[in-house]
Design a protein around this ligand. Structure first.
Ligand code: GLU
Length: 623
């Protein structure tokens, strides 16, 4: 294995400042020149990472591109694509490296959703975690009969669902892989054995993390003997993870879900000293990744028609994003340009009038989400189809509620509607915290694309480490309260074998007339994923932005309560104007981790434009 080349040379990642014609020409020059060498992974140089808000240049590549949350992970995907791998091949290499270098967000102990497009044919793969067969709707109800606090539910074995990511990737690879499965594990195994530098973001999160060190295995890995967390730039090796990855490389997902690794997971979960869980060997061995019908709907922006596709339930992501965009299109939003505001280097921010309409649309969407969205294998969609929630007539009706508010005031809290004309027997779920997660977008040279959002739920998941990887706490995405005060069941309550409702919104956008891919994107961020993703789609399609500009836009949203604004990013006049319309405004940190690739054009040739979130460590690479 040779050691190599500095990461991010101009060949690997042509950098494009939004208006730089030179960089654009450079991107075109390097395009299409190479015949693919056989896949031989070489470890890139590892510059110090950054945390906080770090400007990203934006990227352009003519043939293929990969966008992920950590430079080492992106590079692994790049090398796979360069060696002739497909988008799914690259996604697998990226995911395995993320499990090592961004362990706080995703990995083989978690779940994921993957959208795959071959041309305009879209498939949705569901690798969401499942509840154990022995779980019931009291899983997060304490001895006092009340729902536990969130963190009491999270830490320990109780919150751990059956991890689905590896089995889902295996399913997608069988269909769409070009390189052998085992080769895709080489980058992560090489880095785990040879060592990688702890990123600034991982080090920053470790500094404030309270619960991870209570697990002796995690403590020994993430902390120094004096109890201090690892510093940014320290070299970290992970032989136990390398050993598990080698087993999965040769034995497939069964090497994770059966045998000694599965036994270690079950023992860890069941024998947690204060908060054990009920996960069993049978739960793990029986896990099924699922292919589902993607949620696709039409969307019109700037006189062009698009088809937006996303994950169906158990994710609420695509439906909520689609509702927000669809409701907005029944308001004057499209006539409202960006303000110059104080929106950072891009200098742009949505205006107060636009934010009013956007957050009102969000309130309506989140009211429906709380009422209806849950695992489709357990819950009937309203009116017999999830598409009832995206029916144009229904969305037009919902939008009328915004216009009907006296004096143009905010409705503050919206009520769910009656999609499909049917009343629901379910009680709405109260909003619960969600964090963590990572997003990957890839386009390959063969006309395939993926959007994959992957998670262990909270940062560092359940804070339980087994054989070099962290276990998820995905079950806390279920409603802790099984019913409302009147005893009506919540759709997203815990049930055996059920998948918890998600907010993850991996998205693929197509030009409706040509069927060509226009965009792949998504983000981490709990329920705010929906807003981060909707913002980026809107910026690209409605405001004509490059993906980097759209990602840079300040974050905003509402979860059907206060209006949430990214702190220090909006002009005081904008905040005051929202307050004057009755919005309760909360300015706060909103750490999206958006990655997006969009189709551009230069000199009549297609060009993949890429963007990565300045709020995290992601980069884009390609040729
Ligand atoms: N568990 C969350 C979900 O599936 C994602 C958590 C996050 O992004 O922070 O929606």
């Amino acid at each position: 294995m040779k050691t190599v080349a500095p990461a991010f040379s101009s060949k690997r990642a042509a950098v494009l400042s939004p208006l730089s014609g030179l960089a654009l020409a450079a991107a075109l020059l390097v395009a299409g020149c190479a015949t693919a060498p056989p896949f031989a992974y070489s470890v890139p140089a590892q510059p110090e990472g950054t945390s906080g808000y770090t400007e990203k240049p934006g990227w352009a590549n003519a043939s293929f591109a990969v966008a992920a949350a950590n430079p080492l992970a992106t590079d692994a995907g790049y090398q796979v694509l360069k060696a002739g791998g497909s988008a799914i091949d690259a996604a697998i290499a990226v995911q395995m490296v993320l499990a090592l270098v961004e362990p706080q967000s995703s990995g083989i102990g978690g779940g994921a959703f993957l959208l795959h497009a071959s041309g305009s044919k879209v498939e949705a793969f569901d690798g969401r975690e499942t509840a154990p067969a022995a779980a019931d709707d009291k899983l997060f109800v304490g001895a006092d009969g009340k729902p536990m606090t969130f963190i009491d539910g999270v830490v320990g074995g109780r919150s751990v669902g059956v991890p689905g990511t590896v089995r889902m990737l295996e399913m997608a690879h069988r269909q769409h892989g070009k390189l052998p499965w085992a080769q895709l594990f080489v980058p992560a195994i090489t880095l785990a054995e040879g060592g990688f530098k702890v990123s600034a973001r991982l080090a920053t999160l470790l500094k404030t993390e309270q619960h991870l060190k209570k697990d002796p295995v995690a403590a020994a890995y993430f902390y120094q003997p004096n109890g201090e967390p690892l510093a940014a730039g320290s070299l970290l090796r992970n032989q136990p993870l390398a050993d598990v990855l080698k087993k999965i490389a040769t034995g497939g997902s069964r090497a994770l879900l059966e045998g000694d690794v599965a036994q270690a997971i079950v023992t860890k979960v069941q024998s947690h000293p204060t908060n054990p869980g009920k996960l069993s060997l049978a739960d793990l061995a029986g896990y099924q990744a699922k292919k589902r019908e993607p949620i696709c709907h039409d969307y019109r922006a700037q006189a062009r028609d698009y088809r937006i596709c996303g994950m169906p339930p158990p994710s609420s992501g695509a439906i909520a994003v689609g509702q927000i965009l669809g409701i907005l299109n029944n308001t004057p939003a499209a006539t409202l340009a960006l303000d110059t505001g104080m929106g950072g280097t891009a200098g742009a921010a949505p205006s107060a009038d636009w934010l009013h309409l956007y957050t009102e649309a969000s309130r309506l969407a989140f009211a429906d989400r709380a009422q209806y969205l849950a695992d489709p294998d357990f819950v009937q969609p309203p009116g017999g189809s999830w598409m009832s929630l995206l029916d144009p007539a229904y969305l037009a009706d919902r939008a009328r509620l915004i216009a009907a508010q006296p004096g143009g005031q905010s409705m503050k809290v919206a009520k769910p509607g009656l999609p499909g004309g049917m009343k629901s027997a379910y009680a709405p779920m109260t909003e619960q915290p969600e964090y963590g997660t990572s997003h990957i977008s890839i386009v390959d040279a063969y006309g395939n694309a993926i959007a994959m959002t992957t998670t262990i739920e909270d940062a560092f998941g359940a804070r339980q480490m087994v054989k070099g990887f962290l276990l998820n706490n995905e079950l806390t995405d279920f409603s802790f309260a099984p019913t409302d005060a009147s005893g009506a069941p919540v759709a997203n309550r815990v049930q055996p074998g059920k998948r918890p409702r998600s907010s993850m919104a991996p998205t693929l956008v197509f030009d409706k007339a040509t069927g060509q891919l226009v965009m792949s994107g998504g983000s981490p961020g709990g329920a705010l994923i929906i807003h981060y993703t909707a913002k980026t789609i809107y910026g690209v399609l409605n405001w004509g932005q490059m993906p980097q500009q759209a990602i840079n836009l300040p974050n905003f949203g509402s979860l059907n309560g206060p209006t949430l604004l990214e702190e220090k990013r909006f002009a005081p006049a904008t905040v005051d104007a929202l307050k004057a319309r009755g919005h309760e405004v909360r300015e706060m940190t909103m750490t999206s981790g958006l990655q997006a690739i969009t189709r551009g054009q230069a000199h009549g040739k297609p060009l993949w434009l890429g963007g990565a979130d300045p709020r995290r460590e992601g980069v884009v690479m390609g040729d």
